[in-house]
Design a binder for this molecule. Structure first.
Ligand SMILES: Nc1ncnc2c1ncn2[C@@H]1O[C@H](COP(=O)(O)OP(=O)(O)OP(=O)(O)O)[C@@H](O)[C@H]1O
Length: 259
């Protein structure tokens, strides 16, 4: 079977430092995979490679999605998003002064590619598309219990809800793969429990593939079907949560204090 995303022998050097060292991994359709590892292990670098923000020094990244097989090696981030991969960030990146609805509609514009002429002259087609976008955004926000907040400015939402909105924005591009970069960062246990339910709901509702970077082990163990562990830029182990939990190398390198 062809993997949805296949990464082979990926290397990223920053000057003399190898942040990602010969990493091979894959993601299949409809699975939830976590990427964990101690601080500085290379998780964020790997994420930014997969989402086109930076290019690898060597190795390959291949996506076999709805649009066939495509190499992602030298594809810029905005194109990667159009190819069906979407992400959230460690630091929330919402349009803070815009409403919840507008935040989602802006995210949708990458999919509804309006022509220059339509946008400038505000043709009938433009308004029809805007209506469609609005309807779709409202439906999406309803799934995430944000119907009551459509007009609320993003900056006025509680922290956990801002994170939820970020995820909705990422989903608005209808990705095949959703990358979540430390979604539980800064959350209290109650917010993390809600996030856990949310992530499980996303997978059940949208049947998409999710790759999650996360330090919160309770969240990872509750949602992940498979886990990759990075250490010093290299893959230390991969397998089911049960396997990872009891892997001696992982316990030594990463779960030491907890294991
Ligand atoms: N742009 C860059 N230039 C130079 N070095 C970098 C750059 N980005 C990351 N690094 C280095 O690469 C290594 C891996 O960093 P990375 O941020 O990917 O780790 P991480 O696993 O995401 O860590 P954390 O859990 O703390 O976010 C670190 O030593 C970091 O200092």
């Amino acid at each position: 079977m062809t993997n949805l995303l296949k990464v082979d022998h990926l290397i990223k050097n920053f000057g003399g430092l190898t942040a990602v060292s010969d990493v091979s991994m894959y993601l299949d359709s409809d699975e939830l995979v976590a990427l964990i590892g101690p601080n500085g292990a290379g998780k964020t670098t790997l994420f930014t490679l997969l989402t086109g923000v930076i290019s690898p020094s060597s190795g390959s990244i291949v996506l076999t999605g709805k649009n066939g097989t495509q190499s992602l090696n030298k594809v810029p981030a905005y194109k990667v998003a159009q190819m069906g991969m979407s992400r959230t960030f460690q630091n929330i990146r919402l349009f803070k002064d815009l409403s919840v609805l507008d935040n989602v509609m802006i995210a949708m514009t990458s999919r509804y590619n309006e022509g220059f002429i339509h946008s400038i002259f505000r043709t009938l087609h433009f308004y029809k598309t805007e209506d469609e976008m609005k309807r779709e955004a409202i439906e999406l926000l309803a799934i995430f219990d944000l119907t009551d907040q459509l007009d609320t400015k993003a900056k006025n939402l509680p922290y956990g809800v801002q994170r939820r909105l970020e995820i909705v924005r990422a989903l608005a591009t209808k990705p095949e793969i959703l990358f979540l970069d430390e979604p539980a960062a800064g959350m209290n246990p109650e917010e993390t429990a809600e996030l856990t339910r949310l992530i499980l709901k996303i997978q059940k509702t949208f049947h998409i593939t999710i790759l999650l970077i996360e330090h919160d082990m309770s969240l990872v163990m509750n949602v992940a079907q498979r886990i990759y562990v990075l250490n010093h830029g290299s893959l230390l182990a991969s397998g089911s949560p049960e396997y990872i939990k009891h892997n001696q190398d992982v316990i030594t390198a990463y779960l030491g204090e907890e294991g």
